[in-house]
Design a protein around this ligand. Structure first.
Ligand SMILES: NC(=O)c1ccc[n+]([C@@H]2O[C@H](COP(=O)([O-])OP(=O)(O)OC[C@H]3O[C@@H](n4cnc5c(N)ncnc54)[C@H](O)[C@@H]3O)[C@@H](O)[C@H]2O)c1
Length: 426
Protein backbone atom coordinates (compact mmCIF):
# COMPACT_ATOMS: atom_id res chain seq x y z
CA UNK A 1 0.00 0.00 0.00
CA UNK A 2 1.35 3.39 -0.97
CA UNK A 3 0.35 6.65 -2.46
CA UNK A 4 -2.43 9.15 -2.32
CA UNK A 5 -5.90 9.08 -3.87
CA UNK A 6 -7.67 12.38 -4.45
CA UNK A 7 -11.40 12.17 -5.12
CA UNK A 8 -12.74 15.12 -7.13
CA UNK A 9 -10.67 16.98 -9.74
CA UNK A 10 -12.17 20.46 -9.36
CA UNK A 11 -10.41 23.62 -8.14
CA UNK A 12 -9.43 22.00 -4.84
CA UNK A 13 -8.94 18.39 -5.94
CA UNK A 14 -6.89 19.16 -9.03
CA UNK A 15 -4.70 21.58 -7.10
CA UNK A 16 -4.28 19.10 -4.23
CA UNK A 17 -3.46 16.18 -6.53
CA UNK A 18 -1.02 18.15 -8.66
CA UNK A 19 0.74 19.81 -5.74
CA UNK A 20 1.02 16.58 -3.73
CA UNK A 21 2.64 14.97 -6.80
CA UNK A 22 4.95 17.99 -7.02
CA UNK A 23 5.88 17.42 -3.36
CA UNK A 24 7.04 13.91 -4.24
CA UNK A 25 3.99 11.73 -3.61
CA UNK A 26 2.42 9.30 -6.04
CA UNK A 27 -1.12 10.44 -6.70
CA UNK A 28 -4.18 9.03 -8.44
CA UNK A 29 -6.96 11.56 -8.84
CA UNK A 30 -10.54 10.45 -9.60
CA UNK A 31 -13.50 12.31 -11.00
CA UNK A 32 -16.89 11.26 -12.37
CA UNK A 33 -16.53 13.56 -15.38
CA UNK A 34 -14.98 11.36 -18.09
CA UNK A 35 -14.21 14.24 -20.41
CA UNK A 36 -12.36 16.07 -17.65
CA UNK A 37 -10.36 12.94 -16.81
CA UNK A 38 -9.40 12.43 -20.48
CA UNK A 39 -8.34 16.05 -20.85
CA UNK A 40 -6.29 15.96 -17.63
CA UNK A 41 -4.49 12.79 -18.69
CA UNK A 42 -3.49 14.68 -21.85
CA UNK A 43 -2.14 17.55 -19.74
CA UNK A 44 -5.05 19.91 -20.50
CA UNK A 45 -6.18 21.94 -17.51
CA UNK A 46 -9.89 22.86 -17.62
CA UNK A 47 -9.56 25.80 -15.19
CA UNK A 48 -7.50 28.98 -15.14
CA UNK A 49 -4.82 28.60 -12.44
CA UNK A 50 -1.30 29.97 -12.57
CA UNK A 51 1.44 27.24 -12.68
CA UNK A 52 -1.11 24.42 -12.63
CA UNK A 53 -0.57 23.38 -16.30
CA UNK A 54 3.23 23.12 -15.84
CA UNK A 55 2.99 21.13 -12.60
CA UNK A 56 0.33 18.87 -14.08
CA UNK A 57 2.49 18.06 -17.09
CA UNK A 58 5.50 17.41 -14.79
CA UNK A 59 3.44 14.96 -12.75
CA UNK A 60 2.13 13.15 -15.83
CA UNK A 61 5.54 12.85 -17.45
CA UNK A 62 7.17 11.63 -14.22
CA UNK A 63 4.26 9.21 -13.77
CA UNK A 64 3.61 10.43 -10.25
CA UNK A 65 0.16 11.67 -11.23
CA UNK A 66 -2.70 10.15 -13.18
CA UNK A 67 -6.43 10.59 -13.50
CA UNK A 68 -9.14 7.93 -13.46
CA UNK A 69 -12.90 7.80 -13.73
CA UNK A 70 -14.67 6.95 -10.47
CA UNK A 71 -13.40 6.85 -6.89
CA UNK A 72 -13.13 3.06 -6.82
CA UNK A 73 -10.40 3.12 -9.48
CA UNK A 74 -8.23 5.36 -7.29
CA UNK A 75 -8.31 3.93 -3.81
CA UNK A 76 -7.40 0.24 -3.83
CA UNK A 77 -3.72 0.84 -3.10
CA UNK A 78 -3.86 4.18 -1.31
CA UNK A 79 -2.58 5.04 2.11
CA UNK A 80 -4.45 8.37 2.02
CA UNK A 81 -7.81 9.19 0.41
CA UNK A 82 -8.41 12.93 0.05
CA UNK A 83 -12.03 14.00 -0.36
CA UNK A 84 -12.24 17.15 -2.51
CA UNK A 85 -15.92 16.91 -3.37
CA UNK A 86 -18.54 19.59 -3.87
CA UNK A 87 -20.60 20.60 -0.83
CA UNK A 88 -23.17 22.97 -2.36
CA UNK A 89 -25.82 24.85 -0.46
CA UNK A 90 -29.09 22.96 -0.17
CA UNK A 91 -32.49 24.67 -0.27
CA UNK A 92 -32.55 25.12 3.51
CA UNK A 93 -29.10 26.78 3.59
CA UNK A 94 -27.30 23.76 5.03
CA UNK A 95 -24.31 22.27 3.18
CA UNK A 96 -25.23 19.25 1.07
CA UNK A 97 -22.71 16.51 1.79
CA UNK A 98 -24.38 13.83 -0.35
CA UNK A 99 -21.39 13.61 -2.75
CA UNK A 100 -19.23 12.69 0.24
CA UNK A 101 -21.67 10.10 1.60
CA UNK A 102 -21.99 8.59 -1.87
CA UNK A 103 -18.22 8.29 -2.35
CA UNK A 104 -17.74 6.79 1.12
CA UNK A 105 -20.41 4.20 0.32
CA UNK A 106 -18.59 3.40 -2.96
CA UNK A 107 -15.15 2.96 -1.43
CA UNK A 108 -15.70 1.87 2.15
CA UNK A 109 -15.20 -1.82 1.54
CA UNK A 110 -12.21 -1.53 -0.77
CA UNK A 111 -9.97 0.99 0.96
CA UNK A 112 -6.96 -0.76 2.47
CA UNK A 113 -6.72 -1.41 6.20
CA UNK A 114 -4.61 1.23 7.90
CA UNK A 115 -5.47 3.93 5.38
CA UNK A 116 -6.56 7.46 6.28
CA UNK A 117 -9.45 9.42 4.77
CA UNK A 118 -8.58 13.11 4.66
CA UNK A 119 -11.51 15.47 4.21
CA UNK A 120 -10.60 18.68 2.39
CA UNK A 121 -14.15 19.63 1.40
CA UNK A 122 -15.77 22.36 3.46
CA UNK A 123 -18.27 20.42 5.52
CA UNK A 124 -20.53 21.09 8.48
CA UNK A 125 -19.05 20.74 11.92
CA UNK A 126 -19.49 17.10 12.87
CA UNK A 127 -18.91 15.70 9.37
CA UNK A 128 -15.62 14.11 10.36
CA UNK A 129 -17.47 11.95 12.88
CA UNK A 130 -20.27 11.32 10.35
CA UNK A 131 -17.71 10.04 7.82
CA UNK A 132 -16.21 7.77 10.48
CA UNK A 133 -19.62 6.21 11.12
CA UNK A 134 -20.37 5.88 7.40
CA UNK A 135 -17.09 4.06 6.86
CA UNK A 136 -17.88 1.59 9.63
CA UNK A 137 -14.24 0.45 9.71
CA UNK A 138 -12.12 0.42 12.85
CA UNK A 139 -8.99 0.11 10.72
CA UNK A 140 -9.50 3.35 8.76
CA UNK A 141 -8.85 6.79 10.27
CA UNK A 142 -10.63 10.01 9.29
CA UNK A 143 -8.83 13.35 9.45
CA UNK A 144 -10.16 16.80 8.69
CA UNK A 145 -7.77 18.98 6.68
CA UNK A 146 -9.69 22.05 5.48
CA UNK A 147 -8.42 23.91 2.45
CA UNK A 148 -7.88 27.67 2.38
CA UNK A 149 -6.61 28.22 -1.18
CA UNK A 150 -7.78 31.20 -3.20
CA UNK A 151 -8.75 30.58 -6.81
CA UNK A 152 -6.30 32.18 -9.24
CA UNK A 153 -3.35 31.63 -6.88
CA UNK A 154 -4.32 28.14 -5.76
CA UNK A 155 -0.91 26.54 -6.39
CA UNK A 156 0.97 29.21 -4.44
CA UNK A 157 -1.57 29.01 -1.63
CA UNK A 158 -1.26 25.22 -1.49
CA UNK A 159 2.55 25.18 -1.51
CA UNK A 160 3.02 28.26 0.69
CA UNK A 161 -0.03 28.38 2.95
CA UNK A 162 -0.32 30.59 6.02
CA UNK A 163 -1.04 27.41 7.98
CA UNK A 164 -2.10 23.80 7.61
CA UNK A 165 -4.99 22.74 9.83
CA UNK A 166 -5.35 19.12 10.81
CA UNK A 167 -8.28 17.88 12.86
CA UNK A 168 -8.19 14.42 14.33
CA UNK A 169 -8.93 12.39 17.40
CA UNK A 170 -6.17 9.98 16.37
CA UNK A 171 -2.68 11.46 16.96
CA UNK A 172 -1.01 8.82 14.78
CA UNK A 173 -3.25 9.58 11.80
CA UNK A 174 -2.74 13.33 12.33
CA UNK A 175 0.99 12.76 12.35
CA UNK A 176 0.84 10.77 9.10
CA UNK A 177 -1.17 13.48 7.34
CA UNK A 178 1.24 16.17 8.63
CA UNK A 179 4.05 14.10 7.13
CA UNK A 180 2.58 14.58 3.64
CA UNK A 181 3.33 18.28 4.02
CA UNK A 182 6.94 17.89 5.23
CA UNK A 183 8.25 19.84 2.27
CA UNK A 184 5.86 22.74 2.93
CA UNK A 185 7.15 25.51 5.15
CA UNK A 186 4.07 26.39 7.19
CA UNK A 187 2.89 26.00 10.76
CA UNK A 188 0.76 22.93 11.32
CA UNK A 189 -2.14 23.49 13.65
CA UNK A 190 -3.41 20.19 14.99
CA UNK A 191 -6.76 20.35 16.74
CA UNK A 192 -9.83 18.21 17.33
CA UNK A 193 -12.03 17.63 14.24
CA UNK A 194 -14.91 19.85 15.40
CA UNK A 195 -12.52 22.77 15.82
CA UNK A 196 -10.82 22.10 12.46
CA UNK A 197 -14.19 22.17 10.71
CA UNK A 198 -15.14 25.36 12.56
CA UNK A 199 -11.84 27.06 11.61
CA UNK A 200 -12.74 26.80 7.91
CA UNK A 201 -16.18 28.42 8.34
CA UNK A 202 -14.76 30.99 10.73
CA UNK A 203 -12.11 31.99 8.20
CA UNK A 204 -14.48 32.51 5.28
CA UNK A 205 -17.07 34.26 7.43
CA UNK A 206 -14.50 36.60 8.91
CA UNK A 207 -13.16 37.51 5.46
CA UNK A 208 -16.65 38.12 4.09
CA UNK A 209 -17.41 40.27 7.12
CA UNK A 210 -14.26 42.30 6.50
CA UNK A 211 -15.32 42.93 2.89
CA UNK A 212 -18.85 43.94 3.91
CA UNK A 213 -17.39 46.19 6.58
CA UNK A 214 -15.23 48.06 4.09
CA UNK A 215 -18.13 48.31 1.63
CA UNK A 216 -20.24 49.91 4.35
CA UNK A 217 -17.33 52.15 5.28
CA UNK A 218 -17.10 53.33 1.64
CA UNK A 219 -20.77 54.33 1.87
CA UNK A 220 -20.02 56.23 5.08
CA UNK A 221 -17.08 57.97 3.37
CA UNK A 222 -19.40 59.12 0.60
CA UNK A 223 -21.90 60.40 3.14
CA UNK A 224 -19.38 62.35 5.23
CA UNK A 225 -16.98 63.40 2.47
CA UNK A 226 -14.02 61.24 3.53
CA UNK A 227 -11.86 59.25 1.11
CA UNK A 228 -12.06 55.47 1.49
CA UNK A 229 -8.55 54.92 0.12
CA UNK A 230 -7.05 57.25 2.71
CA UNK A 231 -9.16 55.61 5.41
CA UNK A 232 -8.01 52.13 4.33
CA UNK A 233 -4.37 53.27 4.41
CA UNK A 234 -4.74 54.34 7.99
CA UNK A 235 -6.98 51.47 9.05
CA UNK A 236 -5.01 48.69 7.36
CA UNK A 237 -1.71 49.89 8.83
CA UNK A 238 -2.99 48.79 12.22
CA UNK A 239 -1.47 45.33 12.54
CA UNK A 240 -4.44 44.10 14.51
CA UNK A 241 -6.54 44.75 11.40
CA UNK A 242 -4.21 44.38 8.37
CA UNK A 243 -4.81 45.79 4.92
CA UNK A 244 -5.84 42.63 3.06
CA UNK A 245 -9.52 42.12 2.23
CA UNK A 246 -10.12 45.82 2.81
CA UNK A 247 -10.98 46.66 -0.78
CA UNK A 248 -14.46 47.94 -1.61
CA UNK A 249 -16.29 46.12 -4.39
CA UNK A 250 -19.69 45.10 -5.71
CA UNK A 251 -20.12 42.55 -2.89
CA UNK A 252 -18.56 39.21 -2.07
CA UNK A 253 -19.40 36.04 -3.94
CA UNK A 254 -17.73 33.03 -5.51
CA UNK A 255 -18.22 29.34 -4.98
CA UNK A 256 -17.48 29.44 -1.25
CA UNK A 257 -18.37 32.58 0.73
CA UNK A 258 -22.14 32.66 0.08
CA UNK A 259 -22.73 28.97 0.79
CA UNK A 260 -20.32 28.85 3.73
CA UNK A 261 -21.90 31.91 5.36
CA UNK A 262 -25.37 30.37 5.01
CA UNK A 263 -24.11 27.04 6.29
CA UNK A 264 -22.56 28.60 9.39
CA UNK A 265 -25.73 30.53 10.17
CA UNK A 266 -27.75 27.30 9.84
CA UNK A 267 -25.25 25.28 11.86
CA UNK A 268 -25.30 27.83 14.65
CA UNK A 269 -29.14 27.86 14.56
CA UNK A 270 -29.25 24.08 14.77
CA UNK A 271 -26.91 24.20 17.75
CA UNK A 272 -29.04 26.85 19.49
CA UNK A 273 -27.07 30.03 18.76
CA UNK A 274 -28.60 32.83 16.67
CA UNK A 275 -25.67 34.18 14.64
CA UNK A 276 -27.33 37.55 13.99
CA UNK A 277 -24.00 39.22 13.21
CA UNK A 278 -23.52 36.95 10.18
CA UNK A 279 -27.14 37.37 9.13
CA UNK A 280 -26.52 41.11 9.04
CA UNK A 281 -23.40 40.62 6.93
CA UNK A 282 -25.32 38.49 4.41
CA UNK A 283 -28.02 41.17 4.29
CA UNK A 284 -25.41 43.93 3.85
CA UNK A 285 -23.99 42.03 0.90
CA UNK A 286 -27.39 41.86 -0.80
CA UNK A 287 -27.71 45.59 -0.23
CA UNK A 288 -24.33 46.14 -1.86
CA UNK A 289 -25.55 44.62 -5.15
CA UNK A 290 -28.54 46.97 -5.01
CA UNK A 291 -26.29 49.91 -4.12
CA UNK A 292 -24.24 49.35 -7.26
CA UNK A 293 -27.43 49.33 -9.32
CA UNK A 294 -28.72 52.55 -7.76
CA UNK A 295 -25.36 54.17 -8.53
CA UNK A 296 -25.77 53.17 -12.18
CA UNK A 297 -29.26 54.67 -12.15
CA UNK A 298 -27.95 57.91 -10.73
CA UNK A 299 -25.18 58.00 -13.32
CA UNK A 300 -27.58 57.48 -16.20
CA UNK A 301 -29.81 60.14 -14.62
CA UNK A 302 -32.97 58.33 -15.54
CA UNK A 303 -34.74 55.01 -15.32
CA UNK A 304 -32.68 52.15 -16.69
CA UNK A 305 -35.46 50.90 -19.01
CA UNK A 306 -33.97 50.60 -22.50
CA UNK A 307 -30.52 51.88 -21.47
CA UNK A 308 -27.59 49.94 -22.88
CA UNK A 309 -25.29 49.09 -19.98
CA UNK A 310 -21.87 47.53 -20.55
CA UNK A 311 -20.42 45.25 -17.92
CA UNK A 312 -16.67 44.78 -17.70
CA UNK A 313 -15.86 41.61 -15.78
CA UNK A 314 -18.16 38.70 -15.01
CA UNK A 315 -16.10 36.25 -12.95
CA UNK A 316 -16.36 36.58 -9.18
CA UNK A 317 -12.95 38.26 -9.06
CA UNK A 318 -10.01 38.81 -11.41
CA UNK A 319 -7.54 35.99 -12.25
CA UNK A 320 -10.12 33.22 -12.19
CA UNK A 321 -12.58 31.84 -14.73
CA UNK A 322 -15.09 30.94 -12.02
CA UNK A 323 -18.55 32.44 -12.49
CA UNK A 324 -20.17 30.64 -9.57
CA UNK A 325 -22.16 33.11 -7.44
CA UNK A 326 -20.35 36.00 -9.02
CA UNK A 327 -21.40 39.41 -7.66
CA UNK A 328 -21.19 40.65 -11.26
CA UNK A 329 -24.02 38.28 -12.17
CA UNK A 330 -26.07 39.41 -9.16
CA UNK A 331 -25.68 43.02 -10.25
CA UNK A 332 -26.52 42.03 -13.85
CA UNK A 333 -29.72 40.32 -12.68
CA UNK A 334 -30.86 43.49 -10.88
CA UNK A 335 -29.93 45.76 -13.80
CA UNK A 336 -31.85 43.55 -16.18
CA UNK A 337 -34.89 43.51 -13.90
CA UNK A 338 -34.82 47.34 -14.12
CA UNK A 339 -35.07 47.00 -17.91
CA UNK A 340 -31.42 47.64 -18.86
CA UNK A 341 -30.00 45.94 -21.96
CA UNK A 342 -26.73 44.27 -20.99
CA UNK A 343 -23.60 43.56 -22.98
CA UNK A 344 -20.56 42.20 -21.18
CA UNK A 345 -16.92 41.43 -21.72
CA UNK A 346 -14.64 39.32 -19.55
CA UNK A 347 -11.19 38.12 -20.66
CA UNK A 348 -11.87 34.65 -19.21
CA UNK A 349 -15.42 34.13 -20.45
CA UNK A 350 -15.52 32.92 -24.03
CA UNK A 351 -18.99 31.45 -24.32
CA UNK A 352 -22.47 32.12 -23.04
CA UNK A 353 -22.64 28.83 -21.16
CA UNK A 354 -23.18 29.56 -17.48
CA UNK A 355 -24.36 33.10 -18.24
CA UNK A 356 -27.92 34.35 -17.76
CA UNK A 357 -29.65 34.77 -21.14
CA UNK A 358 -30.12 38.52 -20.55
CA UNK A 359 -26.39 39.07 -21.00
CA UNK A 360 -25.03 39.45 -24.52
CA UNK A 361 -21.35 38.52 -24.65
CA UNK A 362 -18.84 40.79 -26.40
CA UNK A 363 -15.44 39.61 -27.66
CA UNK A 364 -13.49 42.67 -26.52
CA UNK A 365 -13.84 45.89 -24.55
CA UNK A 366 -14.51 48.03 -27.64
CA UNK A 367 -17.40 45.81 -28.74
CA UNK A 368 -18.85 45.88 -25.23
CA UNK A 369 -18.71 49.67 -25.06
CA UNK A 370 -20.09 50.45 -28.52
CA UNK A 371 -23.24 52.58 -28.20
CA UNK A 372 -23.26 52.19 -24.43
CA UNK A 373 -25.05 54.52 -22.02
CA UNK A 374 -22.81 53.55 -19.11
CA UNK A 375 -20.14 51.02 -18.27
CA UNK A 376 -19.84 49.21 -14.95
CA UNK A 377 -16.46 47.77 -13.91
CA UNK A 378 -17.31 44.63 -11.97
CA UNK A 379 -14.01 42.76 -11.75
CA UNK A 380 -10.54 44.23 -11.40
CA UNK A 381 -8.89 42.66 -14.46
CA UNK A 382 -5.63 44.46 -15.33
CA UNK A 383 -6.88 44.64 -18.95
CA UNK A 384 -9.48 47.16 -17.79
CA UNK A 385 -7.10 49.33 -15.79
CA UNK A 386 -4.52 49.34 -18.60
CA UNK A 387 -7.08 50.18 -21.31
CA UNK A 388 -6.86 53.45 -23.22
CA UNK A 389 -9.96 55.07 -21.78
CA UNK A 390 -9.47 58.21 -23.89
CA UNK A 391 -9.99 56.10 -26.99
CA UNK A 392 -12.72 53.92 -25.45
CA UNK A 393 -14.80 56.98 -24.59
CA UNK A 394 -15.48 57.51 -28.32
CA UNK A 395 -17.19 54.13 -28.63
CA UNK A 396 -19.79 55.05 -26.04
CA UNK A 397 -23.10 56.76 -26.53
CA UNK A 398 -22.42 58.65 -23.29
CA UNK A 399 -19.10 58.56 -21.42
CA UNK A 400 -20.22 57.26 -18.03
CA UNK A 401 -18.31 54.85 -15.81
CA UNK A 402 -19.29 53.24 -12.55
CA UNK A 403 -16.11 51.73 -11.20
CA UNK A 404 -17.46 49.20 -8.69
CA UNK A 405 -13.90 47.98 -7.95
CA UNK A 406 -12.19 51.34 -7.48
CA UNK A 407 -9.79 50.04 -10.12
CA UNK A 408 -9.31 53.07 -12.39
CA UNK A 409 -7.55 56.35 -11.69
CA UNK A 410 -10.42 58.57 -10.61
CA UNK A 411 -8.68 61.87 -11.41
CA UNK A 412 -7.56 60.68 -14.87
CA UNK A 413 -11.08 59.52 -15.73
CA UNK A 414 -12.59 62.85 -14.73
CA UNK A 415 -9.90 64.66 -16.73
CA UNK A 416 -10.83 62.55 -19.76
CA UNK A 417 -14.35 63.94 -19.50
CA UNK A 418 -16.06 60.88 -18.08
CA UNK A 419 -18.99 61.11 -15.74
CA UNK A 420 -17.32 58.85 -13.22
CA UNK A 421 -18.40 57.30 -9.95
CA UNK A 422 -16.81 54.71 -7.69
CA UNK A 423 -17.11 53.51 -4.11
CA UNK A 424 -16.23 56.15 -1.56
CA UNK A 425 -13.26 57.87 -3.21
CA UNK A 426 -12.81 61.62 -3.52
N1 LIG B 1 -12.97 26.53 -4.89
C1 LIG B 1 -12.38 27.04 -3.82
O1 LIG B 1 -11.79 28.12 -3.87
C2 LIG B 1 -12.37 26.28 -2.52
C3 LIG B 1 -11.44 26.64 -1.53
C4 LIG B 1 -11.43 25.94 -0.33
C5 LIG B 1 -12.35 24.92 -0.11
N2 LIG B 1 -13.26 24.61 -1.08
C6 LIG B 1 -14.17 23.49 -0.82
O2 LIG B 1 -13.65 22.33 -1.45
C7 LIG B 1 -14.70 21.50 -1.96
C8 LIG B 1 -14.55 21.31 -3.45
O3 LIG B 1 -14.64 22.57 -4.07
P1 LIG B 1 -14.24 22.82 -5.60
O4 LIG B 1 -14.32 24.28 -5.83
O5 LIG B 1 -12.99 22.08 -5.89
O6 LIG B 1 -15.46 22.10 -6.34
P2 LIG B 1 -15.58 21.79 -7.89
O7 LIG B 1 -17.01 21.80 -8.19
O8 LIG B 1 -14.63 22.66 -8.66
O9 LIG B 1 -15.00 20.30 -8.01
C9 LIG B 1 -15.64 19.17 -7.52
C10 LIG B 1 -15.27 18.00 -8.42
O10 LIG B 1 -15.77 16.80 -7.83
C11 LIG B 1 -16.26 15.97 -8.87
N3 LIG B 1 -17.18 14.99 -8.32
C12 LIG B 1 -18.47 15.16 -7.95
N4 LIG B 1 -18.97 14.00 -7.48
C13 LIG B 1 -17.98 13.06 -7.57
C14 LIG B 1 -17.88 11.70 -7.25
N5 LIG B 1 -18.93 11.03 -6.74
N6 LIG B 1 -16.70 11.07 -7.47
C15 LIG B 1 -15.64 11.73 -8.00
N7 LIG B 1 -15.68 13.05 -8.32
C16 LIG B 1 -16.83 13.71 -8.11
C17 LIG B 1 -16.90 16.95 -9.85
O11 LIG B 1 -17.05 16.37 -11.15
C18 LIG B 1 -15.89 18.09 -9.82
O12 LIG B 1 -14.88 17.94 -10.80
C19 LIG B 1 -16.00 22.20 -1.54
O13 LIG B 1 -16.41 21.70 -0.31
C20 LIG B 1 -15.57 23.65 -1.39
O14 LIG B 1 -16.40 24.36 -0.51
C21 LIG B 1 -13.28 25.25 -2.28
Amino acid sequence: MSGVAVIGAGYVGLTTATCLAHLGHTVICADIDEKKVDALNKGEVPIHETRLPELLRDGLSQQTLKFVVGARQAVTDSEFVFLCLPTPQSDDGRADISAISQVIEEIREIIPAGSTIVNKSTTPVGTNAAIQSLVRRGDVAVVSNPEFLREGVAVTDFLQPDRIVIGSTDPEAAQKVSGLYNAVDAPIITVDPLSAETIKYATNSFLATKVSFVNALAAVCEAVGADIESVIRGLGADQRIGSRFLQPGPGWGGSCFPKDMQALVRMADDAGYQFDLLRAVIEANEQQFARVVSKVERLVGDKLGGAKISLLGLTFKAHTDDLRNSPALEVAKLLSSEGARLIAYDPMVESNSGLPTEIELAQNIEQALTGSDAVVILTEWPEFTRANWGALRDFMNAPRVLDARNALDRRAMLDLGFQYDDLGRI
